[in-house]
Write a protein that binds this ligand. Structure first.
Ligand code: MG
Length: 412
């Protein structure tokens, strides 16, 4: 079995105007789709964040002609970022598992579960300009609006874990959102709530916020502040677990976290850590170190969602519902055949088909590639930010006011 063809296609699909600590999501999200064909007629697909074409093309000479079942050596041959490798590895595992006649999670050693639980990934947001989106297309610019969005997610997908993406508004707004959300979704009804302001709070602010929200029983505090050492300081003041996909987001961060003990829960991500097999290895590290494992997500389309589904299914150490950005993908915005993958009662079932269980829709892929080539400027939502915050400063100079303005850090 050899790889006979490698196709790399960057694509753009619509994204809703979601707010985080750095500004508002652009109207297009960019992803890179990798497809391979093998001798014997098998195909494989992979996906990663942003445009990684250059990195992947730099490896083309060894990928073409390579046996995709030989994963150990492939990981040594790879030269480039973990994010780009994640797409190539996913495509190789997809094709190899198809040849073996097994779902990817079974091919890589077997599953710990037949279905995976996910968390509602909730944002403050502007109303979408064109009303596009599978869910929550209206505005959510205050705590009441945030709770209405949560109600939509819980009703439609059945999620029991709710994640507050905070950090754009002041901490008191986030505290009030937490209070209202907990009132609406009580712990005794099985709801868990986590909060992630993307490290824009100082240690002092983090301590103040955690003292305010401890009464609402947070599941964990995700990147309230900015470093492993700062989280270690915060942990002196609370028993609520700390979590991170920012200061512990690569194998190089494991040793400092072991030394400083700042982060209790790792949000693994096969894109950031370098593949589905790396996600499983993150699980082993968590088991050894006594840390919890959750899952990070950003802007995924169907191939990344399927890859994360198999990674989570094959990793017994996963003990928290993983984040999924996938509900924010438009119903007609994906690049897989047969419509989007579906959540039921907060879970997603592992497909029975060999491989990932998803196939690329070539027409949709071509359309999204064209959208990338003809897409609008990256900063096309800056007016939304300026309406909200007229004092927002340009990040790159007066000539450029992007939708991610220059905010100081810690901001609060
Ligand atoms: Mg995060």
């Amino acid at each position: 079995m050899k790889i006979s063809k490698l196709i790399v296609t960057p694509v753009a699909t619509h994204d809703q105007p979601l707010l985080n600590s750095t500004g508002v999501h652009e109207s297009y999200r960019v992803r890179t789709i990798v497809q391979i064909e093998t001798t014997g007629g098998y195909t494989g697909a992979g996906e990663t964040s942003s445009d990684h074409t250059v990195d992947i093309e730099a490896n083309r000479s060894w990928i073409e002609g390579y046996d995709p079942r030989q994963m150990t050596k492939a990981r040594l041959l790879w030269k480039g970022t973990p994010e780009a490798w994640a797409a190539v590895e996913t495509a190789m595992l997809d094709a190899a598992a198809k040849q073996a006649g097994m779902p990817v999670c079974d091919y890589i050693g077997g599953r710990a579960r037949d279905r995976v639980e996910w968390a509602a990934y909730l944002f403050y947001k502007f109303a979408d300009e064109n009303g596009q989106g599978e869910i929550a297309t209206g505005a959510a610019l205050d705590p009441e609006g945030f709770v209405r969005q949560a109600e939509e997610f819980v009703e439609k997908y059945g999620f029991k874990a709710l994640k507050i993406k905070g950090g754009y508004f002041d901490p008191d707004t986030d505290i009030e959102t937490f209070r209202l959300l907990r009132k609406r979704f009580p712990k005794q009804d099985g709801y868990e709530i986590r909060i992630d302001p993307n490290a824009v709070w100082s240690i002092e602010t983090s301590i103040r916020v955690v003292k305010e929200i401890e009464q609402y029983e947070p599941q964990y505090l995700e990147d309230p502040t900015d470093s492993i050492a700062d989280h270690a300081e915060l942990k002196k003041h609370t028993d609520i677990p700390t979590a991170s996909n920012m200061c512990v987001s690569a194998f190089a961060h494991v040793k400092p976290n072991a030394q400083l003990e700042g982060i209790d829960v790792i949000l693994g991500d096969h894109h950031h850590w370098g593949g589905i097999l790396a996600y499983k290895e993150t699980g082993v590290l968590c088991r050894v170190m006594g840390w919890g494992l959750s899952g990070h997500s950003n802007n995924s389309l169907g191939v990344s969602q399927a890859a994360m589904l198999h990674a989570c299914a094959a990793t017994p150490e996963l003990i928290y519902p993983a984040d999924s950005h996938y509900p924010w993908t438009d119903e007609d915005g994906d690049i897989i055949k047969g419509g989007k993958l579906q959540f039921k009662d907060g879970f997603m079932a592992v497909p029975d088909a060999p491989g990932l269980g998803v196939e690329i829709d070539e027409d949709a892929l071509a359309e999204r590639h064209e959208a990338l080539l003809s897409g609008g400027p990256a900063s096309n939502r800056k007016e939304m930010i300026l309406d909200m915050d007229p004092s927002a400063s340009p990040r790159y100079g007066e000539w450029d006011m992007p939708n991610f303005p220059l905010y100081s850090k810690p901001r609060w």
